[in-house]
Design a protein around this ligand. Structure first.
Ligand SMILES: [Zn+2]
Ligand SMILES: [Zn+2]
Length: 453
């Protein structure tokens, strides 16, 4: 027996279908490939309904003897991308982009000129390390070349198109060249902050707030549940410890990330008039030279130029031996930031029993890193070496990420309809606080999730 809908039922069904269709047309999707409820391997696909935009595609640098870097999750072959935007050069954001070209992608990648130059440095270093260690990393140097053949250098505020979307970068204040991607999809503006810092540092001016009406804000949350100590006091503390070491004829060894941090530290040394010899080692050298190429974005370019010109550049073990043999008071800024290897390991071996010297660890020390283990045990251990450190050491917070209140204030300024908290160990907690304390519609997706935005 055929049962006909009543007129009422028919209307209800019709309205429901109409609502679903319009909802589908209006909704956009965000697929999280990495850096969701974790830090590292950022990768997010924004599906606007008419185009798919990949925002960052990085790796999670895994340390320790058997550590193999984890790339952001590969996308299904059916996912056709219309464009890629890279927020900044750090390997957890741009470190896996060449793999797209290895898998046949031939579309554009958009980033600032600074980002593309710094990426070149870091990607080539990754290839070099992979060759030494004898493992593959998902791409080859030819794929890096193909990537550059498809790369567009865009300035802050310069609009470009990906499909029907209008995209623009605003300064993110994190490292030289870092940008927040502002994507006007025609269905609302989506902002992807990448890593960001609101407040000024010695090196950069802090971010430029996005001026558009924001529908969805995808925001990094590295320090979503933590505040930074006062930067001024941290600087003064570092300088005090450096002065103590050099007054005792010791060496002040400063372990640093090459991109951003090393330049910040050089400026701090110059600001406080540290006049003993300064050595710049490892990738810190090349990264500083690239940052100076784009001096218009630096807060004190001439000061950086001056201190970098004065600093002695170290390139090989012979030169390192020479510095240590001289036994003269000096400051050495060197990689690796987490002490996993690089020239810092060489210096530490020589200075390990020297109580008159000093080691400042100026970067984030990830779980599993040699730096983290040293802080917990007092023992320095890598694949090749293991020894106890008698040289005084400590970790200092020179973070280039926004602290909790910087993040919350920025979210309030933009006042988006929806907040997606990513790139943090405690994103769930941060999203819950944004909801409960500030009334935002905030979510913290996990890796593999696809959410409506
Ligand atoms: Zn970063
Ligand atoms: Zn990051």
């Amino acid at each position: 027996m055929l049962i006909r809908d009543t007129e009422e039922d028919f209307k209800k069904k019709l309205y429901k279908r109409l609502w679903e269709t319009s909802h589908r047309i209006l909704m956009m999707k965000l697929q999280c490939l990495g850096a969701a409820q974790e830090v590292g391997r950022s990768g997010f696909v924004l599906d606007t309904g008419s185009e798919r935009i990949l925002m960052d595609y990085g790796i999670k640098v895994v340390t320790g003897a058997e550590g193999v870097d984890q790339p952001a999750f590969p996308m299904a072959a059916s996912v056709k991308l219309d464009g890629v935007v890279v927020s900044h050069a750090h390997l957890d954001h741009g470190g896996f982009v060449p793999s797209l070209y290895n898998r046949g992608y031939r579309g554009p990648v958009h980033a600032s000129a600074t980002t593309l130059d710094l990426m070149d440095l870091l990607l080539k270093d990754s290839l070099k390390l992979a060759k030494i260690k004898g493992h593959g990393i998902g791409y080859f140097s030819k794929d890096v070349s193909t990537m550059y053949a498809n790369a567009f250098r865009v300035a802050y505020g310069q609009q470009f198109e990906i499909g029907n979307s209008q995209v623009m970068f605003y300064d993110a204040g994190h490292i030289p060249g870092s940008g927040q991607a502002v994507i006007d999809t025609g269905k609302g503006v989506v902002v992807y902050t990448g890593d960001m810092k609101v407040e000024k540092t010695e090196l950069l001016n802090g971010l430029s707030p996005v001026r558009e009406d924001v529908k969805t804000l995808i925001i990094e949350s590295t320090y979503g549940t933590k505040e930074h100590p006062n930067r001024d006091e941290t600087e003064k503390h570092l300088i005090k410890r450096i002065r103590e070491a050099v007054n005792n004829d010791g060496v002040a060894l400063v372990s640093s990330f090459a991109v951003g941090r090393a330049q910040e530290l050089l400026l701090v040394l110059e600001k406080y008039g540290i006049d003993v010899p300064i050595y710049v080692d490892g990738m810190c050298r090349d990264a500083t030279a690239i940052a100076l190429r784009y001096s218009e974005f630096l807060r004190y370019p001439q000061m950086l130029q001056r201190v970098f010109a004065r600093a002695k550049k170290v390139t090989n073990n012979q030169a390192r031996e020479k510095i240590l043999k001289k036994k003269h008071p000096c400051v050495i800024i060197t990689t690796s930031g987490m002490l996993n290897g690089g020239p810092v390991a060489h210096y530490l071996e020589h200075l390990k029993d020297d109580r008159n010297s000093y080691l400042a660890m100026t970067g984030f020390q990830a779980e599993g890193s040699a730096g983290k283990a040293l802080l917990e045990t007092g023992v320095y251990k890598t694949e090749k070496k293991e020894f106890k450190l008698k040289v005084p050491f400590e970790k200092l917070d020179f973070s280039a990420h926004a602290g909790r209140s910087e993040l919350v204030n920025y979210i309030k300024t933009l006042n988006p309809e929806r907040v997606v908290c990513i790139h943090g160990e405690d994103t769930k907690k941060f999203a819950a606080a944004l909801k409960e304390e500030h009334g935002f519609d905030a979510v913290a997706p996990a890796v593999g999730d696809t959410i409506d935005v």
